[in-house]
Design a protein around this ligand. Structure first.
Ligand SMILES: Cc1ncc(COP(=O)(O)O)c(C=O)c1O
Length: 388
């Protein structure tokens, strides 16, 4: 077995910074240090860099710079969309699903607990797909709802048809927010045609820096109140001195992601296909959760593997870590550990005795890393079988 470790297969949690992005950020960390709100030369120079970044993000998404607001990441962007729209529009009913990221679920659950909104969860099938008939039923019963349904699921890789859901929401006068954190930079979003009110992005999911993201607000349909009160930054929507190098890095990372998207998609899809084929060949009774093994119809960066029940199921990630393979047992966003996944728990009929690993791929992964990972997994199970 060729040793290629350490192997990083947790790209849905975060990605490695692209050196081109670092180059774009460095001047803002060194000589261009002015406060963008200052009107002198040092400030103006940095203000120009922020507005150039905003223009670039807007142009990649085919929308206007006035509709892009920089935030501290995906979580803040999701919180802003949810909390500000409920407050601004006086919406009293929200619809989401049990497989959303905690950035959405915990926010809506908290607002429900406070009595600010009544929350309905749309059903999912045993592969984690949204039941669109149930969604329509809920929309019919509660017109003018706030709907939050993610585009690409970070754990099981399912994709939602944003166009179809967006049109349904408009039919029932609902506001539609989609958490697009996992698809931003990996799929193209055309905001001239997409019927959404809010989508979001986080720089660190597409080889940009951590701690910076953005919120798209559809200006024609949704004019929300500010989320963070303070200075006039972000056109009075989010007070606080901007994360200038983060913003410039995010825009550069998105430019690179769009420039190289087709090649990267092809490379990453081939890696995922390779892992699926090898696992099927070498690991008896392997299964795949959600839609993640549907190579052309899912998030190509995510593969959620279900391994035969064994005494080792709980120790899988630990054993992979010993072999210097970083993967995840669910969303690593908040815990970094293999705690039980609320997404897997929401799938009807899931066998809790089996072992679950989410592998997520990126542009820097190689075929040799996939081979090493599969061989390591197979070796772990063979060792376990000998011990029993
Ligand atoms: C689907 C999804 N939404 C939201 C987030 C939160 O993003 P951030 O860590 O930038 O706040 C994450 C990530 O970790 C995610 O995967």
């Amino acid at each position: 077995m060729t040793t290629v470790a350490p192997v990083y297969l947790d790209n849905a949690a975060t990605t490695r910074l692209d050196p081109e992005v670092l180059d774009a950020m460095l001047p803002l960390m060194t000589e261009q240090f002015g406060n963008p709100s200052s009107i002198h030369n040092h400030g103006r120079q940095v203000r120009t860099a922020i507005e150039k970044a905003r223009k670039s993000v807007a142009s990649l998404l085919n929308t206007s710079p006035a509709e892009i607001f920089f935030t501290s990441g995906g979580t803040e962007a999701d919180n802003t969309a949810i909390r500000s729209s409920l407050e601004t529009f006086g919406i009293t009913h929200a619809i989401t699903s049990p497989v959303e990221h905690h950035a959405v679920l915990h926010t809506l659950e908290h607002l429900q607990k406070q009595g600010q909104v009544r929350l309905s969860l749309v059903n999912v099938d045993d592969r984690g797909h949204i039941d669109l008939e149930h969604l329509e039923k809920l929309l019919r019963s509660f017109p003018r709802s706030f709907v939050s349904l993610m585009h690409g699921n970070n754990e099981i890789g399912n994709l939602l048809d944003l166009d179809q859901v967006g049109r349904l929401c408009r039919q029932y006068d609902a506001i539609f927010h989609s958490d697009t954190v996992q698809t931003m930079g990996h799929f193209r979003h055309d905001l001239q045609t997409l019927p959404v009110d809010f989508i979001v992005g986080a720089g660190h999911k597409f080889h940009g820096p951590k701690g910076v993201g953005f919120l798209y607000v559809n200006a024609e349909r949704a004019k929300i109140h500010p989320f963070i009160y303070g200075g006039a930054q972000e056109r009075n929507m989010r007070g606080g001195t901007e994360n200038v190098y983060g913003i410039v890095g995010l825009a550069k990372a998105l430019e690179i992601a769009y420039r190289d998207m087709d090649a990267h998609r092809q490379h990453i899809t081939a890696l995922k296909q390779r892992m699926i084929e090898q696992l099927i060949e070498k690991m008896p009774d392997v299964r795949f959760n959600g839609d993640s093994a549907n190579v052309d119809g899912s998030l190509y960066t995510v593969l959620n593997v279900s391994l035969p029940a064994s005494d080792m199921s709980d120790m899988l990630l630990f054993n992979l870590d010993i072999a210097k393979i970083s993967a995840s047992g669910g969303s690593a966003c908040s815990s970094g550990s293999a705690i039980g996944s609320h997404v897997l728990a929401a799938l009807p009929g899931l066998d809790s005795e089996r072992g679950y690993v989410r592998f997520s791929f990126g542009k820097y992964n190689t075929a040799a890393e996939i081979d090493y990972t599969v061989d390591t997994l197979v070796g772990l199970y063979q060792k376990e079988a000998r011990l029993v």
